[in-house]
Structures are given as C-alpha cells and as structure tokens.
Write a protein that binds this ligand. Structure first.
Ligand code: NAD
Ligand code: UDP
Length: 319
C-alpha cells in the first residue's frame, strides 16, 4: 500500500514510519520540520519505498495514496502555544486539506486526535462518549479546540463525502526521539536528571497523567487504521501516576538525590487524566504492553546516548 504520514518526521510519526516500512509499505512523509527532524528518518532516506516531502499542510497538496495517517501538529504545550494561531491553522486548514486529499483519491484517513478534547475532565476515567470540559478561550484552546474541530471535520467529510475516516484519541505518549527541549513532562524530567539540574514540578505534583510507550501507541494506531471501526477510540495506557510519582521514578532511575523544584501550575492544566480503553480492547484487541518502568529505561537510554554525541544523534536512531 502507498501510505502518507503527515507529521512523519516528528516523535510518533517517525516510529510509525519505521513500522510501516518494515512491513514493506511505500511511505510518503510530509513535514514542515517545525518540531520534527530529518535525523529521525536518516536510516530511510535512501530506501526505494520512502519519500520525504517538506511541505506545510496549511497549503493544499496533490498526492496519490491509499491510506493517510494525519499527525501533523505540534503536540507539546510549549510548542503549540508558541504560535497559537498557526496551531489552529494547522488543525483546521491543515486537516481540511488532508481530508480533501483523502476525498479526491478515496484514501482511508486516520486523525491523530487527543485526550485534550476532554479538557479538564469531570468524568474519570475518560470514556469516548464523554464530551469534555474545554475552556474555549484559554492558552490550551488553540490545540484542544483545534483538535475538536479536526474531529468534527472528519465526521462531516464522512457524512457529506463518504470519506473513510478513523479517529484516535491519543493520551500522553513518550519514548525515544522526543526533543530535548520538547517541554513535555517525561522528556523534561529525564533531561533534567541527566544534566544534574532540579526536576521542575508544576503545581504540587498531585495532578495525574497516564503514560503510553510509543511502540504500544503505534501498534494501536495501525490496528485502528486497518480495522472496520471509525472511532473515536481512546489509545493510551490506563496506568495512572501523579506527576510527583513520575518525578520520583525518574529520580530513582537516574539520580536518587536529584533535587525537585516546585513551579507554578500553568493555566488550565488538567487535574486528572486516564483513558478508559474498553473500546480499544474490544474493537481492536489492543492494550499497552510496556510498563512505565520499562519504557522509562528505553527513553533514558536514548536521551543518554544523544546527550553524549555532539550532533545529538544516538546510534540507536540510525539502526
Ligand atoms: P511532534 O511535535 O513530535 O510531531 C508533530 C510533527 O508535525 C512534527 O514533525 C512537525 O514538524 C509536524 N508539523 C507541525 N505542524 C505542521 C504543518 N503545519 N505542516 C506539516 N507538518 C507539521 O508530536 P508527536 O508527539 O509526534 O505528535 C504527533 C501527533 O499526535 C500530533 O497530531 C499530536 O497532536 C498527536 N498527539 C500526541 C500525543 C503525545 O503524547 N505525543 C498525545 C495526543 C495527541
Ligand atoms: N509538568 C511538570 N513539569 C514539567 C513539565 C510538565 O510538572 O517540567 C506537568 C504539567 O503541568 C502537566 C503534566 O506534567 O500537569 C503533563 O504535562 P505535559 O506537558 O507532558 O502534557 P499535558 O499537560 O499536555 O498532558
């Protein structure tokens, strides 16, 4: 099959491309390299089934493909809040362009949506039929509302134009190749502990998240794409941790005497987050297999290797 991955040079996209090429698909990666990097794909650049296109998805593009994984959008609050208007354009105009492409070539389209559509949830754990509690005018809204519109567009293209859609609601995912300056909590804590500087906990650390290792997530995305279910479907690890517990786990693995510094909690930071993955279990036969402790080991090894090489490229990402 010929498969387009928008945002394929980013963290999740590059792991997805690894899997797709190993399964002998033809892959086109489209990326504007805002938070993604060519180094994530170095090992495929000369592969006959791989093509890399620098393109901003807010501009239309014509391609011939069978499936589309639409991941293009910065995912870290630091990056999506840097230029919020651009984040909205990417989610709205970008998704419109990709849905238009899917319609024209009759490709199956999978949207990488997010647990952020639930906002600061009043329902716990979050099921897919919960409609969310999102602030429309806050600093996270460009991303949260952007993804909510992207979901709406997907279902309207399905109803109006018969586009074959899949919608995945991805919960916090972590692993090798996250950027050192990504700003998300796992990469921040690992980088801070490796550098010997204090781990920054925002608020008192009692807020919770559920962390999914990237290989599990990629497996879930591929199962959803190749299933007969549209979704929306939660993909995430239901093991819930407070941010303080996460900091302690990282401390324990890297430096038990690492200092912790408490900093102000950003506006609209969700209090709790944990996916109900009953649908994913029943519809896709999917559930995460990598526990946090193991996933942290792989992630720490990757950051350690990168921080030791002058160009920031660990040998692992080249293998
Ligand atoms: P990432 O920032 O590493 O990857 C996003 C990629 O999209 C980057 O390569 C970036 O350069 C590219 N991109 C951004 N704007 C673009 C544009 N206008 N045109 C073309 N390319 C563009 O993030 P990630 O963690 O790999 O997330 C991938 C997708 O999964 C995103 O859509 C994100 O919203 C979704 N998601 C991720 C998580 C998570 O925890 N990682 C959670 C929920 C949802
Ligand atoms: N967080 C933190 N220290 C950091 C980065 C993040 O305490 O250095 C907190 C953040 O306030 C949030 C949680 O960790 O409560 C997860 O943040 P992240 O940015 O990874 O993802 P999101 O908030 O989008 O789930």
């Amino acid at each position: 099959m010929r498969i387009l991955v928008t945002g394929g040079a980013g963290f999740i996209g590059s792991h997805l491309i690894d899997r797709l090429l190993l399964e002998d698909h033809e892959v086109i990666c489209l990326d504007n390299f805002y938070t993604g990097h060519k180094r994530n794909l170095l090992k495929w650049l000369d592969h006959p089934y791989f093509e890399l296109i620098r393109h901003d998805i807010t501009e239309p593009i014509r391609l011939e493909v069978d499936q589309i994984y639409h991941l293009a959008c910065p995912a870290s609050p630091v990056h999506y809040q840097y230029n919020p208007v651009k984040t909205i354009k990417t989610n709205v105009i970008g998704t419109l362009n990709v849905l238009g492409l899917a319609k024209r070539v009759k490709a199956r389209f999978l949207l990488a949506s997010t647990s952020e559509v639930y906002g600061d949830p009043e329902v716990h754990p979050q099921t897919e039929d919960y409609r969310g509690n999102v602030n429309t005018i806050g600093i996270r809204s460009c991303y949260d509302e952007g993804k909510r519109v992207a979901e709406t567009l997907s279902f309207d293209y399905y109803r109006q134009n018969d586009v074959d859609i899949r919608v995945a609601r991805i919960f916090n995912t972590y692993g090798p190749r996250m950027l050192e300056n990504d700003g998300r909590v796992v990469s921040n804590f690992v980088v801070q502990a490796l550098r010997g500087i204090p781990l920054t906990i925002y608020g008192d650390g009692s807020q919770t998240r559920s962390f999914c290792y990237v290989s599990d997530l990629v497996d879930g995305l591929m199962r959803l794409m190749n299933s007969q279910h549209q979704g929306p479907i939660n993909l995430g690890n239901p093991d819930e941790y407070t941010i303080l517990e996460l900091a302690q786990a990282v401390q324990q693995k890297i430096n038990p005497s690492a200092e912790i510094r408490f900093e102000p909690l950003p506006q609209d930071d969700p209090r709790r987050r944990k996916p109900d993955i009953t649908r994913a279990r029943e519809w896709l036969g999917w559930q995460p297999t990598v526990p946090l402790s193991q996933g942290l080991e792989y992630t720490i090894a990757d950051f350690r290797a990168r921080m030791l090489t002058p160009d920031g490229v660990p040998s692992a990402s080249l293998s």
